[in-house]
Design a binder for this molecule. Structure first.
Ligand code: F6P
Length: 366
């Protein structure tokens, strides 16, 4: 009797890289091969595996050996590769968008994959949901340092970013104090203030500015002056890249074609320059940037990534298509991908974290 072909699944990740991605990929490969006896493939650079030759690769136990502590992703990633709206240059060099989704579906079927495991933030999971609605068996895994996905209390990557940002605030503190300076640290998070808020509290910031609470320069300056009057001639201000003064728009450093979100950045300099001008104090600005996405994942993110990876394969074995693995009250659970992408999970300005920060004297500039 001919041997039954082994079940074959494919994994891909999209959007910004994130500490813990390799832990998820490793868990998917190991669980698929060792526990279920399946073949596991990877699509490089998000969906490019389905669109370009040589980018769909079989993943073996050897492919994932030693990657657990490594940042980045062995599969590569892009945030400009939406097959439904794929950006390309025409003959005149203008960016045009083409729909290659049918090609992805055709290739998926041709290779007889039985599941597509999509690791991503809201952008990539939205594409995953669209393929699910088009009939593909999709399972989602929540990934983002911004921690802005609904339906899970935390995404992997956030904890490591928090460690990096808190470590930076600690280091900035000592130099701020030595020089009697105001130090402004701009952190990532897109439209959500989670990194700024939690790293700000953990690092003992004096002011935290987040997108969810528009700020007033008067109030920020008052806090710096109040500290100076109390004999603290330095201040540390943590600004989320999406924060903005009341009545002003968010600041973008770039809005490239094919990038659905634009690149936030620059509000740290606005805050630093304004304080320096208004108060005549020495001010320095640090933009933490992509450091927050790099480096070895924290034990929490390795563990969560591994739990998510195993659970994603389990969902695939049960045929629970259109579901995303999630964490609720510390336990692994699942929710429809559609629920996770319905809207961004933002900081509640009246929530517990903000109340805690205010109680210990942190100003939100409001
Ligand atoms: O979503 C993750 C994130 O790091 C955001 O915090 C940030 O705004 C954005 O990605 C930066 O994107 P890029 O890597 O394209 O500059």
């Amino acid at each position: 009797m001919p041997e039954k072909p082994r079940k074959r699944i494919v994994v891909l990740n999209g959007g910004g890289d994130c500490p813990g991605l390799n832990a998820v990929i490793r868990a998917i490969v190991k669980t698929g091969i060792l526990h279920y006896g399946w073949d596991v493939w990877g699509s490089e650079n998000t969906f490019d595996g389905f669109l370009k030759p040589g980018k769909l690769i079989p993943l073996t136990l050897d492919s994932v050996r030693g990657i657990l502590p490594r940042g980045g992703t062995i599969l590569g990633t892009t945030n400009r590769g939406d097959p439904f709206r794929y950006p390309e240059k025409d003959e005149k060099g203008h960016v045009v968008f083409r729909d290659y989704s049918a090609q992805v579906i055709e290739r998926f079927r041709e290779l007889q994959f039985e599941a597509m495991l999509v690791i991503g933030g809201d952008g990539t999971l939205t594409i995953g949901q669209a393929f699910f609605e088009a009939g593909l068996p999709v399972i989602g895994v929540p990934k983002t340092i911004d921690n802005d996905l609904e339906a899970t209390e935390v995404s992997f990557g956030f904890d490591t970013a928090l460690h990096t940002a808190t470590d930076a605030i600690d280091k900035i503190h000592t130099t701020a104090e030595s020089h009697d300076r105001v130090m402004v640290i701009e952190v990532m998070g897109r439209n959500a203030g989670w990194i700024a808020l939690q790293a700000g509290i953990s690092g003992g910031a004096d002011v935290i500015l987040i997108p969810e609470i528009p700020f007033n320069f008067e109030r920020v300056c008052e806090k710096v002056q109040e500290r100076a009057r109390a004999g603290r001639a330095f201040s540390v201000i943590v600004v989320a890249e999406g924060a903005a003064p009341i009545g002003s728009k968010k600041i973008y450093r770039e809005r490239a074609a094919g990038d659905p979100y634009g690149k936030l950045g620059g509000v740290g300099f606005l805050v630093g320059n304004t304080i320096q001008k208004r108060l005549d104090v020495e001010t320095r600005v640090l933009v933490l940037g992509h450091l927050q996405r790099g480096g070895t994942p924290s034990p929490f993110d390795r563990l969560l990534g591994t739990r998510f990876g195993v659970s994603a394969v389990e969902l695939a074995s049960e045929g629970r298509w259109g579901q995303m693995v999630s964490l609720r009250c510390g336990r692994i659970d699942s929710a429809p991908i559609r629920e996770a992408i319905a809207h961004q999970r933002l900081v509640d300005p009246t929530g517990e974290h903000v109340r805690v920060a205010r109680a210990i004297g942190i100003s939100f500039g409001d």
